[in-house]
Every structure is written in C-alpha cells, then in structure tokens.
Design a protein around this ligand. Structure first.
Ligand SMILES: *[C@@H]1O[C@H](CO)[C@@H](O)[C@H](O)[C@H]1NC(C)=O
Ligand SMILES: *[C@@H]1O[C@H](CO)[C@@H](O)[C@H](O)[C@H]1NC(C)=O
Ligand SMILES: *[C@@H]1O[C@H](CO)[C@@H](O)[C@H](O)[C@H]1NC(C)=O
Ligand SMILES: *[C@@H]1O[C@H](CO)[C@@H](O)[C@H](O)[C@H]1NC(C)=O
Ligand SMILES: *[C@@H]1O[C@H](CO)[C@@H](O)[C@H](O)[C@H]1NC(C)=O
Ligand SMILES: *[C@@H]1O[C@H](CO)[C@@H](O)[C@H](O)[C@H]1NC(C)=O
Ligand SMILES: *[C@@H]1O[C@H](CO)[C@@H](O)[C@H](O)[C@H]1NC(C)=O
Ligand SMILES: *[C@@H]1O[C@H](CO)[C@@H](O)[C@H](O)[C@H]1NC(C)=O
Ligand SMILES: *[C@@H]1O[C@H](CO)[C@@H](O)[C@H](O)[C@H]1NC(C)=O
Length: 672
C-alpha cells in the first residue's frame, strides 16, 4: 500500500450546511439530515471530520488528518460512495499519521458515548506498510476514567475494515455499548503484540490489551447481513465477558492466523491464549449463529476456527455449518474448554489437520457438544505424537475428555486418520482424573451412526476409556488399527467403560493385529476391573453382524477379542451372527471369530463362555452357544448378504411375483 504524504494532500470541497441538533440520550441520537459532501479531487485527500456532522465522501482515497473523537451526546456520521452493494471500498478512508512523525499508531476513531455511524467505506489502516500500523475504532466507557454514563452506539454498514493494526474495532470496557455491523468485512487486520525472548526463542510473552485483530468486544454485538473475517493475523473475534455475539446472516471465517514465532509459545492465560485464530469466546460469552457459517483454512494452535473457554456457542441455522481445512494442534476446527456447543442444523467437519497435539478437528475438555441434526466428520487427521511434551495425543477427528458428545441425528465419521503412536482413528474418549478433579466422558448416538474407513494405531475408529453408546444401531465398515500390534480395528475399549448397543450393528471388513473389530481389555491402568464391557440391549432390534474382519495375529480374535476381566454381553432376543472372520496371516489365516483370554468371558443370557470361537451363524443360538466351532444347521449355508444361515434354496434369489407382500421372515440385510 502506498501511504500518502501530507504534501500532496488536498482539501475536498465542502458543501451544504451542517446543522446540529442536540440530543440528550444515546438512544435518540441520529445522524444529521443535512450532509456535507467531500470529494476527492486529487487523491489522496486529507480531511478532518468534526463531530455533529454527517459527511458524504465521494469515491477515491481520503486520509484523516487526525483521529475522530466522539463523546457523550455527540454524533458523527461518515458515508462513502454507494455502489449499491459489495465490495465496499470505492471510498477509502485511511487512518491518520502521527503528527510527531514517530510511526506511532493512530486510530480512525475513538468513541466514549454518542453515535458513530460509518457506511459504504473501506476503513483502511497502515498495517503492512513502513509504519508500525494504525487504524481502527476504539470504544471505551470514558476518555479519562470519569464515566459520562452514556453507552456508545456504533453502527457500520457495508464497511470493509482493512489492514488496521492492532485492532480493527475494539470495545474494551463499555459493557452496555451497542455495536452493529451490517454486511461488513474484516480483512488483513494485524494484531501483532507478542514478543519472544532473544536468547530463548521459545519464551514468548504478550504485550498490549487482550483482543483480536478483527473485533474485540465487552458488549453485545450484532452482525447483520453477510459477515466476513479473512486473513486477520492474531484472531478474528474476541469476547471475554458475558456478552452475546449474534451473527444474523451468513458468516465466513477464513485464512485467519494466530501463530507466534515458536509453535508452543507460552500462553499464560485466556487473555493471551494462542488458541482461537478465528473466533475466541470466554467469560460466559455466547456466540449465536443464525445463518450459514463457514470456518476455513484458519491456522494456529488450537481452535483455529472456534475456541471456547467457559462460553457457549449455538448454531441455529438449517444450513450446513462447515469447518474446512483448518490447521493447528489441539482441535484445529474447535477447541472447547468448560463450554457447550449445540448444532441445531447440519454440520460438515472435513479436511482439518492437527500437525501435532490431539484431536484432528475437535478438542473437548469439560464440554458438552450436541448434534441435533446430521453430522459428517470426514478426512480429518491427527499427525500424532511428534513432540515429547504433548498433552494427550489421540483422536484423528475428536479428542473427548471430561466431556459429553451426543448425536441426536444421523452421523458419519469417515476416512479420519490418527498417525504415529496415537490412538483412535476418528475419536478418542477419556475421563478426566488428575488431582482432585474428576469428570467422566461419554459419546452417545441416539440415531444410526456410521464409521467408515477410519484408521489409527490402536482403535481404528474409536479408542475409549469411557462410556460409548450406540442406541439406534451403527455400521462399522473398513476401519483399521494400523500399529504393528494394533488392537481394536473399530473400537479398543479399555478402562472403566461400557460399549453399549441398541439397534442393529454391523462390523464388516475391519482389521487389526488383535481384535479385528473390537478389543475389550481393562488395560494396564485398570487391572482386574470387571467394568470393561460390551453390552447389547436385550431388545429384539439389538442384533449384530460380524463379517470379513481380520486379525493378523494368529488366535488374535478376528472379530472380537476379550482380554482378562473384560466381558461381552450378547442379548439373546436378536441374532448375533458371525460370518467369515479370519485370524493369522496369509495362507495360515483361519476362521476364528472370537477369542476370549483367561479370566475374560462373554454371555448369552445367563450362560457364560470363555475360549476361542469359530462360528458360522448366531453365536447365541442354542446350537452354537458355547461351542468353539459351530456351522450352520444341516441344509443351510451362511449367506453374507443376509448375514445369517439360510436354507439353501433361499440362498439363490427366488423371484416372487407375489401381489400381497408377506411378512415372511426377511432376514436383516447386512452392511450398507
Ligand atoms: C519509522 O519506520 C520506518 C520503517 O520501519 C523506519 O525506517 C523509521 O526509522 C521509523 N521512524 C521512527 C521515527 O521510528
Ligand atoms: C445482550 O444480549 C442478551 C441476549 O439477547 C440480553 O439478554 C442482554 O440483556 C444483552 N445485554 C445488554 C447489556 O444489552
Ligand atoms: C490459507 O491461509 C493462509 C494464511 O492466511 C494463506 O497464506 C493461504 O494462502 C491460504 N490457503 C488457501 C488454500 O486458501
Ligand atoms: C466454566 O465457565 C463458567 C462460565 O460459563 C464459569 O462461571 C466457571 O467458573 C467456569 N469453570 C471453570 C472450572 O473454569
Ligand atoms: C483431505 O484433507 C486434506 C487436508 O485438508 C486435503 O489436502 C485433501 O485434499 C483432502 N482429501 C479429500 C479426499 O477430501
Ligand atoms: C457422569 O457425571 C455426571 C455428572 O457428574 C453424572 O450425572 C453421570 O451420571 C455420570 N455418568 C456416568 C456414566 O458415570
Ligand atoms: C477393506 O478395508 C480396507 C481398509 O482396511 C480397504 O482398503 C478395502 O478396500 C476394504 N475392502 C472392501 C471390500 O471394502
Ligand atoms: C466406573 O464407571 C461407573 C459408571 O460408568 C461409575 O459409576 C463408577 O464410579 C466408576 N468406577 C470408578 C472406580 O471410577
Ligand atoms: C490382579 O489380580 C492378580 C491375580 O489374578 C493379582 O496378582 C494382582 O495383584 C491383581 N492386581 C491388582 C492391582 O489388584
């Protein structure tokens, strides 16, 4: 950007009358109807804006001679050339240069009360130029600490806040101020106030007030129309008090960054957190999204799209909320601590990458996340344990600790990957138990959920030490535990945890070294506990189908592995069918569906079984229960499509020209 010098500045024409009216309360303040028109004749044009006026600026480049100041009962309205729509910026208003010539930053406006209204403008600061920055709007309760008692009213319509530094719009302490942005964009703003120790490059600290390069607020804010935050450095939005920030229309949070020189620079508290390159909310703030929201390609530490600390986020729109290709460490899409998030419309979480840390897309601690509409969690990656001081290191898509995730609608977790020595290709779930602080976790699906093609070293789809419930059926297809001795191709259940199922469940083509689909083991940290379990509800819909799963270790348990003190409780009302599941490698692989190690067991009703099982058909059927080897009854064969033993005749498709559909025994289809 070229910064105009004072020499070629030119005073625009002053037109019209300026008529002032006196108002006593901010609520009744309005822009004067008589408008002063300023034209940029030989740009850039140096102008001074005086309170009490409405200005209309022509197209072109204007430079403020000094910061506009609006106090209680004062009004200042500045409108640029309206090209009836986006992009705003036909009229550019550049922040003043310091009269001292010392490169110090100068604001466009300060506001201590009254009404400041800007429209159809690009409010341009000096970030990225030879100066050290400047530009923006600062709102405070008062100039000198003696509060006038009047809240500020700030209105921006069709304004692009560009290249302001350190903060484009900041309300530091006016808690009852009214901030309204309609069709505004925040682009290339820079809040760059951290420094790093010269000798110890990793030791970084923060200067300046808390905030974000885009909007910092201590009061409610309403964003109307479409809102865009792009390429802001060190945060798009920051709220740290019990305010409500409402996005009434569409929202794009893209390409924002928050990254100190050293990736693990000290983040001493929430005020200086390196999390939240996009939206950051703490102190009981509430972010309310009424329109479509997209969080894309934000980079930094955790929660590059959205970071919550003791805050709340509600996504209300029926349009899909998207978290795409965000990159960072602990939950690049969302990092949430002591917070609650409700998705009342559909969600797509895809292409997010944790380069290190935990949770390829979401990192949750002491938080509740509820999906009340369909969720798709696809192609997220955790690169794994790459540094030795990782705090955790699990969950290709989600890390859930001391937290509760609930799906009340269909969900798909597909092609998520956890690498290196981490756990849980898609999801990793732990209770929180450090010191005196204890909090359980849960993952609960009340509608059908599918886990497809996820992979992780241990627990190809899910690694859990807490309760996981699939109340309405689930499909687990082609997941794999990738470590050389990887366990639980789909789920590795350990610790004090119950993996519970209601509804039909399919395990197909999953693989691991041991426990091709499921491993149940109390684990080293939970020895001799008898609370590590897999439980199928007794309902008639709670069936299961296990086919095509493999364990590369001989006798490793091709479908199910139950280690000492672990257990599986099969309901007896519905069938639990096992087809071909092979354990061992290459040509020596043999049919071996279930392996139960010493002190482990599974039950069908009240009967308990231990040992190795190779079953064709229903493991709990009278003819199979307890038999190490069980084939289909004479005259029947195992039919993969139906995942059950069928009469030989029924195996071949029998055309039925029946006019009346019979409620004949139609076996449940197996798989997708
Ligand atoms: C202002 O900034 C420029 C570029 O960084 C620098 O060369 C100049 O010395 C600075 N001036 C002062 C007074 O700091
Ligand atoms: C902020 O918004 C919330 C929710 O609409 C409202 O309850 C609260 O009173 C507002 N606060 C102020 C200071 O206006
Ligand atoms: C992602 O954001 C960074 C930082 O703003 C930017 O340099 C990069 O070009 C963006 N990548 C894409 C694919 O948009
Ligand atoms: C959790 O957040 C709430 C605000 O939502 C706050 O009052 C509470 O102190 C926080 N608790 C912890 C343990 O951080
Ligand atoms: C998966 O995500 C990565 C990282 O964002 C991206 O480069 C890649 O194209 C995505 N692959 C698919 C198949 O979506
Ligand atoms: C988890 O903790 C919550 C709150 O302490 C409690 O209400 C709930 O019953 C616990 N759940 C389990 C499964 O222990
Ligand atoms: C089985 O799963 C593996 C991944 O473990 C996948 O590569 C393969 O395509 C799947 N095969 C079928 C038939 O689905
Ligand atoms: C194990 O979990 C159950 C509920 O899931 C809980 O009631 C029990 O207290 C836990 N036991 C221990 C020792 O944490
Ligand atoms: C677990 O049980 C075994 C015997 O079965 C015993 O040797 C061991 O000490 C027990 N471990 C704990 C932690 O109780």
């Amino acid at each position: 950007m070229q910064i105009p010098s004072n020499n070629n500045a030119y005073w625009g024409c002053l037109l019209l009358l300026s008529s002032l009216c006196c108002f006593t309360a901010a609520a009744t303040l309005q822009c004067p109807t008589d408008v002063i028109y300023l034209e940029s004749v030989a740009p850039p044009t140096l102008i001074t804006l005086k309170v009490g006026n409405s200005y209309l600026l022509g197209p072109g480049l204007f430079v403020l001679a000094n910061t506009g100041e609006v106090a209680a009962d004062e009004v200042l309205c500045v409108t640029g050339q309206d090209r009836s729509g986006v992009p705003a910026g036909v009229t550019r208003l550049v922040s003043p240069l310091s009269p001292l010539g010392d490169n110090s930053t100068q604001l466009h406006f300060t506001q201590y009360g009254g009404l400041l209204q800007v429209g159809n403008l690009q409010l341009q600061g000096r970030a990225g130029s030879s100066s050290s920055g400047g530009g923006g709007v600062l709102i405070k309760r008062s100039k000198d600490g003696s509060d006038d008692g009047q809240a500020a009213t700030f209105v921006a319509k069709l304004v692009t806040f560009k290249s302001n530094s350190p903060r484009a719009v900041a309300n530091d302490d006016d808690t009852t101020a009214s901030l309204t942005f309609a069709n505004c964009a925040f682009i290339d703003n820079v809040y760059d106030t951290w420094g790093c120790d010269e000798n110890r490059g990793w030791f970084c600290y923060f200067l300046g007030p808390p905030g974000a390069a885009g909007v910092t607020t201590a009061s409610n804010v309403t964003f109307k129309g479409s809102t865009v935050f792009r390429r802001n450095s060190w945060g798009a939005l920051y709220a740290a008090s019990p305010v409500t920030v409402t996005f009434e229309g569409s929202l794009l949070v893209a390409d924002n960054t928050k990254q100190p020189a050293y990736r693990n620079a000290m983040a001493f508290d929430d005020l200086t957190s390196t999390d939240g390159a996009g939206l950051f909310a703490s102190g009981a703030a509430h972010l309310l999204f009424l329109g479509a929201a997209v969080f894309r390609n934000n980079t930094g530490a955790g929660g590059c799209g959205l970071a919550l600390r003791g805050a709340k986020a509600t996504f209300q729109s029926s349009r899909t909320v998207q978290f795409l290709a965000n990159r960072g460490s602990y939950g690049p899409a969302i990092n949430s601590y002591n917070a609650s998030i409700a998705f009342n419309g559909p969600v797509l979480v895809t292409g997010n990458t944790a380069l290190w840390g935990a949770g390829g897309a979401l990192y949750l601690e002491f938080s509740d996340v509820t999906f009340n509409a369909a969720a798709t969690v696809y192609n997220n990656t955790l690169n794994g344990c790459t540094v030795d001081f990782d705090d955790g290191c699990a969950g290709g898509a989600m890390w859930i600790q001391g937290s509760h995730v609930t799906h009340n609608e269909l969900a798909t977790y597909q092609s998520n990957v956890a690498r290196a020595s981490s756990f849980g290709g898609a999801v990793a779930i732990f209770p929180y138990a450090f010191g005196s602080k204890q909090a359980n976790s849960s993952f609960t699906a009340n509608k059908m959920v599918a886990f497809i093609g996820n992979e992780g070293p241990i627990g190809g789809a899910i690694y859990t030490e807490s309760d996981v419930t699939f109340a309405a059926g689930a499909q687990f297809i082609s997941n794999s535990a990738t470590a050389q001795d990887g366990s639980g191709g789909v789920v590795h259940v350990c610790g004090n945890s119950t993996l519970a199922f209601g509804g039909p469940v399919t395990f197909r083509n999953n693989s691991a070294s041991r426990g091709g689909a499921v491993t149940i083991t109390p684990g080293a940290w939970w020895p001799n506990a008898t609370t590590t379990r897999m439980v199928f509800s007794g309902s008639s819909s709670s069936s299961s189908c296990w086919m095509g799963n493999t364990a590369t270790t001989a006798a490793g348990g091709a479908a199910l592995r139950i280690e000492a003190y672990g257990s599986a409780l099969f309901g007896t009302t519905a069938p639990h069918n096992f087809g071909s599941n092979l354990a061992g490698s290459g040509n020596s692989a043999v049919e071996q569906d279930i392996t139960v190690l010493d002190k482990g067991w599974f039950t069908c009703n009240s009967r308990s079984f231990a040992g190795s099982f190779s079953i064709e058909g229903n493991v709990c059927a009278a003819r199979c229960a307890g038999k190490a080897v069980c084939k289909c009854p004479f005259g029947q064969v195992f039919v993969p499509v139906q995942c059950s033993c069928q009469r030989i005749a029924a195996a071949s498709p029998s055309p039925k020209p029946s006019t009346s559909p019979k409620p004949s025994p139609s076996p449940k289809p197996c798989g997708l």
